[in-house]
Design a protein around this ligand. Structure first.
Ligand SMILES: *Cc1c(COP(=O)(O)O)cnc(C)c1O
Length: 376
């Protein structure tokens, strides 16, 4: 069977000589961790989205854990999130002892449906974690309005939406806290890495403390002497290194070019597939601009498993993002049942992710399109 000369992955990093050099320079500098690159990277991220504070973490999952801690989520609290996301969006609630409530998705945007969010609010609800799935911003105006009405904290999982735009502004300033991930498949990379951006000084201080063992500089400690510090709560070592931050600083300067390229690829796919019977191309929310972390189609009639396998045999790294989180055995054991979010489940059965990343060539893109068309 005919196949492409190499494997075309669904997503991957784009690294150039400048990235490599900055990491090498940092490797030769006095600080491999806890040095100046962290703050420099945090400021670059905060400036980019227009937030007051950014706190870097060793990965996006740790950053979400920090946000749940800062929001004061604990035992007995309910947190509403989407079932169509990477498991970490829900797991972070479990880390702090909270209960995850899955609200169904909107059948067009595939993001959490605000009507379903509202329907799931109880007197135990403490927070909402909307996810900007595929890079498309969630319905943030409505979610923030619900949160205000019920006095809830909103932690936006923007792991896939760094650089995306919501109503003329960058994602990252709408929610109380927003997480971005810098895993290699995400809009920019630090190998592993994540960040929380916020405008709240209170959250900022809690996040700083949490990522470094729960240690803070208290007034009492300052009085005792320069060696004295106090651990006031149980924190973690969730710090990013200077090597990662150096890579992040270099990658920041390319983010807009990466996003431009992703948008171009998305429009090539959409143009080629939008009128094809049996393929539904991604719907775009009015007033929002996706960063196109993922490009996903719905296969309306075809057998998804057969198409998936034939594409893989042809060396095309198609994927499926994601099975509903509560289908995982861990959540099943907690008592979540299949059928809980019917829109999400129906959507999942037909979903297929096509490769998209800034390094894709025209030859690869055309190959993907032609192969898909031949299978439909
Ligand atoms: C990637 C991702 C995460 C986790 O980020 P890591 O940096 O890999 O820990 C969380 N949520 C979503 C939606 C993601 O895509």
């Amino acid at each position: 069977m005919e196949k492409f000369k190499h494997f075309i992955s669904y997503g991957r990093q784009t690294i150039d000589d400048e990235d490599v050099q900055l990491v090498i320079d940092t490797l030769r500098s006095p600080n491999l961790t806890q040095g100046p690159k962290i703050l420099e990277f945090e400021q670059a991220v905060a400036n980019y989205v227009g937030a007051k504070y950014a706190v870097a973490f060793c990965n996006g999952t740790a950053a979400l854990h920090g946000a749940c801690y800062a929001a004061g989520i604990g035992e007995g609290d309910e947190v509403i999130t989407s079932p169509i996301t990477f498991a970490a969006s829900a797991n972070c609630v479990r880390y702090v002892g909270g209960t995850v409530v899955f609200a169904d998705i909107d059948s067009q945007t595939y993001n959490i449906d605000s009507v379903q969010v509202r329907a799931n609010i109880t007197d135990k609800t403490k927070a909402i974690i909307p996810v900007d799935f595929t890079g498309q911003p969630a319905d943030m105006d409505e979610i923030m309005a619900i949160a205000k009405e019920h006095n809830l904290v909103v932690i936006e999982d923007g792991a896939q939406s760094f650089g995306s735009i919501y109503k003329g502004q960058k994602v990252g300033i709408q929610a109380d806290m927003t997480m971005f991930s810098f895993h290699p498949v995400k809009p920019i990379t630090t190998a592993e890495g994540g960040v929380i951006v916020t405008n709240s000084e209170e959250y900022y201080k809690k996040l700083m403390k949490f990522r470094s063992h729960g240690i803070e500089q208290t007034a009492y400690a300052l009085e005792q002497g320069g060696w004295y510090y106090e651990m006031t709560d149980l924190g973690y070592n969730y710090r990013m290194t200077d090597l990662q931050a150096a890579l992040g600083i270099s990658q920041m300067s390319k983010l807009d070019a990466f996003l431009h390229k992703r948008k171009e690829i998305a429009s090539i796919y959409t143009e080629a597939l939008k009128d094809v019977n049996g393929i539904r191309v991604p719907f775009q929310l009015e007033g929002a601009e996706s960063g196109w972390h993922l490009y996903m189609v719905q296969l309306e009639h075809a057998n998804r498993k057969q198409v998936f396998e034939a594409m893989r045999v042809a060396n095309i790294g198609v994927h499926v993002h994601y099975l509903p989180v509560y289908w995982h055995p861990y959540y099943q054991q907690l008592g979540y049942e299949r059928g809980l979010c019917p829109v999400a489940e129906k959507w999942y059965e037909k979903a297929l992710t096509l490769p998209i990343h800034p390094g894709l060539t025209d030859e690869e893109i055309n190959y993907v399109i032609n192969k898909l068309l031949s299978l439909i």
